[in-house]
Write a protein of this length. Structure first.
Length: 140
């Protein structure tokens, strides 16, 4: 008498295989979308499947095709990094120029206010002297 039901075992193995293919497909799509490097080991790790499974799977052709495309073309992430670096560099230059202009305006405003304060001190001193003179003349 045979133990277990062979059809159930085959069906379970088929479902397990389909689930693994679905995980590998989803992981491959994610790696492709991100522009990440595609390797059998990296994909196996991301999909939680074995490297051997990927080599024997129907996805093998697509994996090899994507790898070949990535090796023949410069990686898009590098160009994105360069454009990001250039953009950041331009932002830094613009902000540095703006800070320099603000410092110059601040210095000019400070000098103008210091001159006005010195003039006010001079007027205050002159008024005190006049007040002292008028106070002496009325007291005598």
């Amino acid at each position: 008498m045979a133990r277990g039901n062979p059809e159930n075992l085959r069906a379970a193995a088929q479902r397990k295989h389909q689930a693994a293919v679905a995980r590998a497909t989803a992981a491959l799509d994610a790696l492709d979308r991100d522009g990440s490097g595609i390797t059998f080991r990296g994909l196996a790790r991301a999909a939680d499947v074995s490297v051997d499974f990927l080599y024997r799977s129907p996805l093998r052709e697509r994996i090899e095709q994507l790898r070949a495309e990535r090796h023949s073309a410069p990686p898009p992430s590098r160009s994105v990094e360069l454009s990001t670096a250039l953009t950041q560099s331009n932002v830094v230059r613009a902000l540095t120029a703006q800070i320099t202009e603000l410092r110059q305006r601040h210095r000019a405003e400070t000098e103008r206010l210091q001159a006005a304060l010195a003039a006010a001190h001079g007027e205050n001193l002159e008024l005190r002297r006049q007040l002292g003179r008028s106070h002496r003349t009325t007291a005598t």
